[in-house]
Design a protein around this ligand. Structure first.
Ligand SMILES: *[C@@H]1O[C@H](CO)[C@@H](O)[C@H](O)[C@H]1NC(C)=O
Ligand SMILES: *[C@@H]1O[C@H](CO)[C@@H](O)[C@H](O)[C@H]1NC(C)=O
Ligand SMILES: *[C@@H]1O[C@H](CO)[C@@H](O)[C@H](O)[C@H]1NC(C)=O
Ligand SMILES: *[C@@H]1O[C@H](CO)[C@@H](O)[C@H](O)[C@H]1NC(C)=O
Ligand SMILES: *[C@@H]1O[C@H](CO)[C@@H](O)[C@H](O)[C@H]1NC(C)=O
Ligand SMILES: [Zn+2]
Length: 952
């Protein structure tokens, strides 16, 4: 486990149980997607006109698939029938599919891009039934001779019942067949279908992505099935437990077939490529792609590794970093899991249009371009870190998630939490110098703390029956699922459940086995099950309060707004946790114990949750807080760096929840003039960010600026010195990050020296656009600062460079910086661009709107814009998209007035018809947050003013 004990609900338990990690001690808190989706990087280098609806062109006319007619939509079915429920009945089990798909890469006579398909599935009847339900969404079917939407035949000797009635049930997304007789238990049947679907630009199911190459528009037909869009590509039993073997054939333009992906040749007819049959797997992990891409390859221990991307990107060597790192990470995981990589090949592909950060399809991982492609002259160290961690995350899923799969989406946290932890281990293997494991605390722990402290949070594990509808499933892909978990896992677990499905309690059994065999002590009467259930089945986490005057230690459910305590759902465990504690007393390490075992008193300072190894916050009596502040201001090095970051974060959040006063929290930042380390700075800036959000439209703003400018001065000078007047790059990975902080804060608080520096670099670039003098690490900040200080000329230059960028990573930096302008008219123009896919890709629209909302000038513009266009945005993005909760939370995060609260509630009411899809929870979270903000501002404005006035 090396240098870190990271925070998590599990850590304590697992950390203690396995000590220094005899067995693989996992900590998952982590995350990639939600983190990345939230951070939003991405965009593609070219102008990707993807919603063009040209008039009439030739249809793809062919004979592989019969003529298609539109199906009969059902007359109203009686409610509460099997087809009105969202879950599949337990009567049938798929064995294998044989699927042929033909995507047309040009528009047809109706102006649509379509795909046609034929498929059969062989399934076994496990319970007698006269009803077949199979998922199908937005597909039109060809009728068979008997006028039904599918053909049923028996593989055994039992005669097959005839079809009585067949129809589509759009709400629950089923193709329904009522039979005239029963299917026989133990018999296998085959169901044939012929269908057509739209190859839309909606980023879900089988969809199209478009990019320009040498002036020519190229179409990629690609897939994103998770969580419930395989049913949009072909009829299937679309639940994770319905594992089967897939035999897939794609029809595509004449090609140089390079195994799994095809090189397209514009002329003439289409030809088929059949792929080897898959392993037994879930539908949501399927992927198939037709593209005109290039690749680079290597082999590692007999596994073929290929990186696919646009030809230009491959020619420029942008796939090399990913290719270099994949082999070592795979090897690391094979060792870590003690199980060989389950497939003969590992393909990874960068797509111009892709909604999430990446998707762990088995053997063919799909990425946003920014998550896979690297260019040393364009990419910052943070871009590089993201690529290494996201590759590690997705490769981790090849075993955990893909080989062993959760039974239902309510246990998504297990999948994502685990992968999100081991991604740090994998990335650490790829880049051992980065000390990347420490960053978990900033990247994930703090982020989850923020969400999990709301009354509207949810437990890690939901009941299976509570998660039914596709939009409920999408909603689970949030920070909590990705970041909250840390757990421990063993190769026995993987081996026991290979090609099978699990529930989380299986994991505890395996943990208990390890506890028994190592003789680790748990609190009296407790088992791994009983301890873990408290962390997994109830939402939230505790604040542990240590009173050094009385020696008392106690815990309480931590809520950011204590007034919401009444609306917290009841818990079987009464919001009491079994908390492991590790601490330090005047510099001396204390051994780890359980909360119930310990009392503390004394004169010396005490610091608990050492190295943030437990998933809880810590509060102290006033005297101990004062002692800790003293240590910070006199010899801060005697507190570990992670805990310096944590003290600041705990203090600010305790103040928000009114455990301590705001002045005390602000005082934890006074020592920053002495601090050179990244983590405490980042933690302080994250927390002060909230003050800026609340006060940057108020009269307190000036004081805050002056205070922070004073604090950052020495840091700015420090980097000026060690980089020899900004000509070198700092050595350490996190020092490079902190250099960015120094410049960002110095410039935004108005330090003239800094502004002169950034404006100078940018105007030098404007004079010769072929020679960008700004180091990739600093570009985001420098662009933002220069565009904020500039006017239309700076903005237009940035826009031109954005459109001309040949690597998505550079385009993303500019896309972010363009939102920094202070000119309302430019921001409004930019907002309009977000809904024009020829200007801003759909995958980037929501994050761009959020960038604009983060700008104090853009806040109200973005809110008006979102309200105004909600139904349009909603329909364009589909009900299942991952982005809505980020959009709603992002645009409303500054809300802190009664007026804004009223508008928010109005927005909720006005759109109740249209709905909020995966943003439903975000709307109630926003209302809750705004209510809390209103109170907070009222209570704290004065204390902020006072504190700022008393210059340090
Ligand atoms: C799948 O179907 C195609 C034609 O529909 C056939 O050529 C192929 O042999 C089938 N594959 C399997 C494994 O049944
Ligand atoms: C499916 O049928 C509907 C209703 O006729 C039609 O609007 C839609 O365009 C069809 N989809 C495809 C891909 O042909
Ligand atoms: C495209 O395919 C046709 C027919 O197979 C072939 O004659 C032609 O050379 C191919 N063109 C390219 C650029 O590969
Ligand atoms: C990479 O692909 C090329 C072309 O298919 C092949 O000749 C070469 O052997 C492959 N290299 C490795 C290391 O697999
Ligand atoms: C990839 O590895 C090769 C060989 O070790 C090295 O020359 C190259 O610089 C590496 N590329 C990147 C982008 O790391
Ligand atoms: Zn994942």
């Amino acid at each position: 486990m090396g240098g870190g004990f990271y925070i998590s609900k599990f850590v304590g338990v697992v950390g203690i149980v396995f000590g220094a990690g005899a067995v693989a001690t996992v900590i998952a808190l982590a995350v990639v997607y939600s983190q990345e989706v939230a951070k939003n990087e991405a965009v593609s280098p070219t102008n990707g006109g993807s919603t063009v609806k040209p008039p009439v062109t030739t249809p793809g006319g062919s004979t592989v698939v019969p003529q298609v007619t539109t199906p009969v939509i059902p007359t109203t079915a009686p409610s509460n029938e099997a087809w009105d429920k969202y879950r599949l009945p337990d009567t049938l089990k798929p064995e294998h599919y044989n699927l042929t798909l033909w995507p047309r890469l040009t528009v047809n006579a109706q102006g649509l891009y379509i795909f046609t398909g034929k498929s059969y599935v062989v399934f076994q009847c496990v319970k007698e039934t006269d009803l077949i339900l199979i998922h199908s969404n937005k597909l039109n079917y060809t009728k068979w001779g008997d006028d039904h939407l599918a053909k049923l035949s028996a593989l055994g000797s039992t005669p097959v019942p005839t079809i009585k009635k067949s129809w589509l049930q759009p709400t629950t997304q089923f193709l329904v067949l009522e039979l005239n007789g029963k299917l026989a238990v133990g018999e296998s049947y085959q169901l044939d279908t012929v269908f057509v679907g739209e190859l839309a630009d909606d980023l879900g199911g089988f969809y199209r992505s478009v990019y320009l190459e040498e002036g020519e528009e190229k179409v990629v037909a690609t897939t994103q099935m998770q969580p419930t869009d395989a049913r949009k590509a072909f009829p299937c039993f679309d639940e994770p437990a319905m594992k089967a073997i897939f035999h897939i054939t794609l029809l595509h333009p004449p090609t140089t077939v390079k195994c799994c992906i095809m090189i397209l040749n514009k002329t003439s007819s289409y030809c088929p490529t059949s792929f080897d049959e898959t392993k037994k797997m879930s539908t949501y992990l399927l992927a198939f792609i037709v593209s005109d891409y290039d690749y680079i390859n290597s082999t590692s221990d007999n596994v073929l590794i290929r990186i696919y991307a646009r030809k230009k990107a491959i020619a420029d060597g942008q796939g090399e970093y990913a290719l270099n790192k994949t082999g070592p990470i795979l090897k690391f995981f094979e060792k870590y899991y003690n199980a060989t990589y389950p497939l003969p090949k590992s393909d990874q592909i960068a797509l111009p249009d892709f909604n999430a950060g990446a998707m762990e399809n088995w053997g063919l991982i799909t990425y946003r371009e920014t998550a896979l492609l690297y260019d040393p002259n364009m990419s910052s160290n943070s871009n590089k870190e993201r690529i290494a961690t996201i590759i590690a995350h997705e490769l981790a899923h090849m075993w955990f998630g893909n080989l062993v799969t959760l039974r239902w989406w309510n246990d998504l946290w297990l999948n994502e939490g685990f992968a999100s932890y081991v991604e740090y281990l994998g990335a650490n293997e790829a880049e051992p110098d980065w000390n990347i494991k420490d960053l978990i605390v900033l990247g994930d722990v703090h982020r989850v703390f923020a969400v999990d402290a709301l009354a509207s949070s949810h437990p890690l594990s939901s009941k299976e029956e509570d998660i039914q509808k596709p939009e409920q499933i999408s909603e689970l892909f949030d920070a909590i699922s990705y970041s909250k978990v840390r757990s421990s896992i063993f190769s026995t677990y993987l081996n026991t459940f290979a090609y099978d499905n699990t529930v989380y309690t299986d994991l505890w059994d395996h943990l208990q086995m390890a506890v028994n065999s190592t003789g680790t002590s748990l609190p009296t009467g407790q088992t791994v099950h009983s301890i873990m259930n408290r962390w997994v089945l109830q939402m939230g986490f505790p604040v542990v309060t240590i009173n050094t005057a009385t020696g008392m230690i106690n815990q309480q459910h931590f809520l950011l707004d204590p007034a919401t305590a009444g609306s917290v759902p009841p818990s079987d465990f009464s919001y009491v946790w079994i908390v492991p504690i590790r601490w330090m007393k005047t510099g001396l390490l204390q051994k780890q114990t359980w909360l119930e075992d310990k009392t503390v008193t004394g004169e010396s300072w005490i610091l608990a949750n050492l190295n943030v190894s437990g998933y809880y916050r810590v509060n102290y009596d006033n005297a101990n807080w004062e002692r800790l502040l003293n240590v910070l201001s006199s010899h801060h090095e005697s507190i570990p760096v992670i805990n310096r970051a944590q003290l600041v974060d705990d203090a600010f959040n305790l103040a928000r929840a009114k455990y301590i006063n705001t002045t005390l929290a602000l005082r934890t930042t006074k020592y920053l003039r002495r601090e050179r380390e990244y983590m405490p700075w980042e933690s302080a800036l994250d927390n002060l960010d909230f003050f800026y959000l609340m006060f940057d439209r108020s009269e307190v703003y000036g004081d805050m600026q002056a205070y922070l400018k004073y604090q950052v001065e020495p840091l700015f000078k420090h980097f000026e010195n060690i980089t020899r007047n900004w000509t070198d790059v700092p050595n350490g990975h996190t020092d490079q990050y902190n250099q960015v902080n120094a410049i960002r804060v110095a410039c935004s608080t108005g330090m003239e020296e800094c502004q002169t520096l950034t404006k100078g670099w940018y105007s030098q670039w404007m004079k010769d656009s072929a020679k960008n003098p700004i180091h990739p690490n600093l570009r985001t900040t420098v662009y933002c600062s220069a565009i904020a200080a500039g006017g239309a000329a700076e903005w237009e230059f940035g826009w031109t460079q954005f459109k001309a960028a040949t690597i998505a990573i550079e385009a993303d930096k500019l896309r972010f910086a363009l939102a920094c302008t202070k000119q309302p008219w430019l921001l409004n123009k930019y907002l309009e661009y977000t809904l024009d896919a020829t200007k801003i890709r759909k995958q980037d629209a929501t994050s761009t709107i959020v960038y604009i909302a983060s700008n104090v000038v853009g806040q109200s513009l973005a809110w008006d814009f979102m309200r105004d266009r909600w139904s349009y945005i909603f329909t364009q993005y589909g009900g299942g998209s991952f982005s809505f909760s980020n959009l709603i939370n992002g645009v409303t995060k500054r809300f802190s007035t009664e007026f804004e609260l009223k508008q928010l509630k109005q927005f909720q009411a006005d759109n109740s018809e249209v709905g909020f899809g995966s943003g439903t929870l975000a709307v109630s979270q926003s209302i809750e947050r705004t209510t809390a903000n209103i109170k907070w501002v009222a209570e704290n404005k004065k204390s902020v003013q006072e504190c700022k006035n008393s210059k340090p």
